[in-house]
Design a protein around this ligand. Structure first.
Ligand code: GLU
Length: 482
């Protein structure tokens, strides 16, 4: 049976660059009716961040990457926190000691510094095994325990990079158990992956240089190798270096707070450096499960392109709206402007329905809908600098707007449909182009660079408010002319 895992360290939030290490194992496990395990690698006490585990669990749930075994779920391979598996690492370490493949390290920090300095002077990479003690004492908890390397050539197969080789120089006497009694990542992940029956391990390419040591450990422990899947880096916008916080790369939580939909995030990240061989760009989670193939992961790093993510999010907003507008609306609760606080959901839903197809993120609601909730500040310069409107004089504009307001005031049924007809009729009468006639009314009621179709905007604003705003601008024109 296929068993995959995501093994994050609770050292902070989930960085965009790491999420594929959760998505791909999830997809492979689901595709093969296997099991997806979540394991928390919390043995590095110095880097432990309070609350990070909760954040990881929450992010995975939000993305729809439910684990079959792990925290909150349990399962036959638990416990799922490495700090709760201490005895197991000691037990496996003792097996290596018994085989003569691990020893107590009693090197002092001073000696260590000296060895490193010597290597540096000789311009050679530092290898601890060159200073391996001849008669180490019996190992006891509290002492670091080191692997006794028997360096040689290894060949292995990586699902992404193909056949790879690791020479003897890549292997050293690495630390297995630290003086605090906890294992290193190098040792713990192999013990856990083996004892949990993990069939595929997927992680970032930064682990490739350590493969010599890992292959030596699999061999010394007498456990089978899993399928190795090393994922190429995600590159920053410039496309030539690894994505970092400095590129403005946010955490998954930040994107969530900005109103990116989980479907879009999952879709976008799954396709960073992977495609199914077609030009398709939109995939549901179910489609990804069906189509994902390890051998279509690209070896070259994939560039993180926020513009593309925003575009895809816009597509997902439209798709989700078409599927179930009320459900999508329910997810917008935190994204409305402050001034909408006391406005009913019914009212907000009307606005949402006329504006959803222009949103790139749900948080666009915050900036794009304010004029529905509060009268905009009249800013005549927006009219004066408008490309179509600046060709007319203020008195002409004043007349057009005043006639339009009077014409609209005759309308008894203030519906989008009636408004559309009436606006067309009034525009014909005014002998103006749409850019002038609609543009002027649009600006007068919103003073926003953008608004939905005019008849929709007016109908949602309501007759009284819409006409009052138009009249206020007519007055402003008149005051200007005095
Ligand atoms: N805890 C490691 C990390 O967060 C896991 C690497 C792996 O998947 O083996 O990088």
């Amino acid at each position: 049976m296929t068993i995959t895992r995501f093994a994050p360290s609770p050292t902070g939030y989930i960085h965009i660059g790491n999420v594929r290490s959760a998505i791909y194992p999830y997809l492979v496990a689901k595709q093969e009716q296997g099991s997806f395990i979540l394991r928390i690698e919390d043995t590095d006490q110095a880097r432990y961040v309070e609350g990070a585990t909760e954040l990881i669990l929450d992010t995975l749930k939000w993305l729809g990457l439910e684990w079959d075994e792990g925290p909150e779920k349990g399962g036959e391979h638990g416990p799922y926190y490495q700090t709760q598996r201490k005895d197991l690492y000691i037990e496996w370490a003792k097996k290596l000691i018994a085989k003569g493949r691990a020893y107590a390290d009693t090197t002092t920090p001073e000696e260590m510094a000296k060895y490193r300095e010597e290597a540096q002077k000789a311009k050679k990479p530092f290898l601890f095994r060159e200073h391996r003690p001849e008669n180490p004492p019996e190992w006891k908890l509290g002492m670091p325990l080191r692997f006794k390397a028997e360096p040689k050539d290894y060949t292995y197969e990586d699902a992404v990079y193909g056949e790879l080789h690791m020479g003897p120089e890549t292997q050293d006497d690495i630390i297995l158990i630290k003086s605090d009694g906890l294992p290193t990542y190098n040792f713990a992940h192999i013990v856990d992956d083996s004892s949990m029956g993990i069939t595929h391990i997927m992680r970032g390419q930064e682990y490739l240089p350590s493969m010599g040591n890992y292959l030596a450990l699999y061999e010394a422990l007498g456990v089978p190798r899993p399928v190795f899947v090393h994922l190429p880096h995600i590159l920053g916008p410039s496309g030539n270096k690894k994505l970092s916080k400095r590129d403005g790369a946010k955490s998954v939580t930040d994107y969530r707070n900005d109103g990116i939909l989980p479907e879009a995030m999952l879709n976008y990240l799954a396709c960073l450096g992977w495609n199914d061989g077609t030009e398709d760009e939109m995939y549901t989670k179910e489609e990804l499960i069906e189509k994902f193939k390890l051998d279509r992961i690209q070896r070259a790093g994939a560039r993180f392109d926020e513009t593309k993510l925003l575009w895809l999010n816009g597509q997902w907003i439209r798709r989700r709206y078409a599927e179930d507008p009320k459900k999508l609306f329910a997810e917008t609760a935190n994204f409305w402007p402050e001034s909408a606080k006391n406005v009913s959901d019914e009212e907000k839903y009307k606005i949402f329905c006329i504006i959803y197809d222009r949103l790139k993120t749900l948080s666009d609601l915050r900036t794009m809908t304010t004029y529905f909730f509060e009268d905009p500040t009249i800013d005549m310069s927006m009219i004066q600098t408008n490309k179509a409107l600046k060709k007319l004089s203020e008195s002409e504009l004043c007349q057009i707007l005043s006639d339009a307001a009077n014409g609209l005031s005759e309308l008894n049924e203030w519906s989008a449909e009636m408004l559309q007809n009436k606006l067309n009729e009034l525009m014909a009468k005014s002998e103006q182009k749409p850019a002038v006639f609609f543009g002027l009314i649009r600006l007068s009621v919103s003073f926003a660079p953008f608004s939905p179709a005019l008849h929709d905007t007016l109908s949602v604003l309501g007759k009284e408010k819409a006409l009052a705003r138009m009249h206020a601008v007519v007055t402003a024109f008149k005051n200007d002319q005095q």
